[in-house]
Design a protein around this ligand. Structure first.
Ligand code: FAD
Length: 352
């Protein structure tokens, strides 16, 4: 039977960044990433990949600031497909209602587009935003680790049990793996029978997430427009030749294997209804999109929780798992007490 110091279940963006943080913290540790499909093909593959420095609570704002720094560094180090974008926050309220949520909201400015200038609307610049091809980011982060981390794709973890300080993972192939530490980073697959009971006390739920595509080639320098009051945004995607419209879909308790890749007619109806409130001129161009789901926590903060000694759940980032992945990874590795077998314990090194 194979043994590793750390098994990470899930090769999405969160699992990939945890693997990177784990080998940085504990270079001699043996680490395996177990992914039932291909790396990055879960929720990460449908992600809009937007980072804006924002958070509804102090912890999330601090995770957002930390993660921004890590993504900027990794983008340069690993040549990741991450593109900076100018951004404007739009609201019908005043600055006191908007500024607590964002880090370093800039000066008041003119709304970026006619369609973002409903009567009474105000706009502010927002620095530090970017967007990423999240599936490619997950793949590239793992690619850079292949000499130090065993990445097993097409490998489902079918059972999980714990005994004598080890966790036994049964793989779809019938092979078994004994791990001193386990991270569950399954994205929206929180209900997998191997861990559903363990995860249940966290009170997580899975919500459908939809982003519509708006036809029309973005102009050079077009900004990301964040509609603060609607919890929505319009992102120009010049490399794809269209805009993306993200809004809050309210369909709860879906399953990742039940949400197909295709939009339902009601998804576009819902998107158009929200879009029509501030950009009626764009509604007819809102013709397609992307859909999947994500895990959400009761308090809308990401979850890093030790479920059993040495077994940590990491995720439930409430539709923000790309932008908060580095901070989730740092918290996860800190929770793991990850010391390589047979070496002198060393303090964890946190990335700054
Ligand atoms: C349409 C859409 C738009 C989004 N936009 C944004 C955005 O703009 N900004 C942002 O920050 N976030 C956004 N998100 C959210 C973000 O994409 C997710 O929070 C993030 O991708 C979650 O990463 P993850 O690694 O936890 O999950 P995943 O990417 O789903 O990875 C989990 C992996 O676990 C694997 N797995 C599951 N069960 C098993 C098993 N039994 N054995 C082995 N492997 C298993 C799956 O195959 C999967 O690859 C969006 C999401 C969607 C759907």
């Amino acid at each position: 039977m194979d043994r590793v110091d750390l098994a990470i279940v899930g090769g999405g963006v969160i699992g990939a960044v945890i693997a990177r943080e784990a080998v940085a913290a504990s270079p001699g540790a043996t680490v395996a990433v177990l992914e039932r499909g291909l790396a990055g093909q879960g929720a990460s593959s449908r992600s809009a990949g937007v980072h804006f420095p924002r958070g509804g609570t102090e912890r999330v704002r601090s995770m957002s600031a930390y993660s921004q720094g890590v993504w900027e560094r990794l983008a340069a180090e690993l040549d990741l497909p991450i593109r900076t974008v100018d951004a404007t926050v739009v609201s019908a309220g005043n600055v006191d209602g908007v500024s607590p949520v964002y880090l370093g909201l800039g000066d008041e400015t003119a709304p970026a587009h006619d369609w973002a200038a409903a009567p009474g609307t105000r706009a502010w610049d927002l620095d530090g935003c970017h967007y990423a091809d999240v599936q490619a980011v997950a793949g590239r982060v793992l690619a850079g680790l292949r000499d130090r981390v065993t990445v097993l794709e097409g490998t489902e973890v079918t059972e999980l049990s714990s005994e004598g300080g080890y966790h036994r993972l049964t793989l779809g192939s019938g092979r078994e793996l004994l791990a001193r530490r386990v991270v569950l980073a399954p994205g929206p697959w929180i209900g997998h029978p191997a861990w559903a009971e363990l995860v249940a006390p966290l009170g997580l739920r899975v919500k459908k997430v939809v982003a519509a595509h708006i036809e029309g080639a973005p102009a050079a320098g077009d900004p990301l427009v964040v509609f603060h009051d609607e919890d929505a945004f319009v992102l120009p995607l010049p490399e794809r030749g269209h805009y993306l419209f993200s809004y809050t879909c309210d369909r709860w308790d879906v399953t990742p294997d039940g949400v197909g890749p295709a939009l339902e007619p009601s998804d576009l109806d819902d998107a158009r209804a929200v879009l029509g409130r501030f950009a009626p001129g764009l509604v007819d161009q809102c013709t397609s999109g992307r859909v999947f789901c994500d895990a959400y926590s009761p308090d809308r903060e990401p979850v890093v929780a030790e479920l059993l000694p040495g077994l940590v759940f990491a995720g439930a980032a409430n539709g923000s798992g790309y932008r908060l992945a580095p901070a989730i990874a740092a918290e996860t590795v800190a929770a793991l007490d990850l010391t390589p077998t047979g070496t002198i314990p060393q303090p964890l090194q946190r990335q700054s």
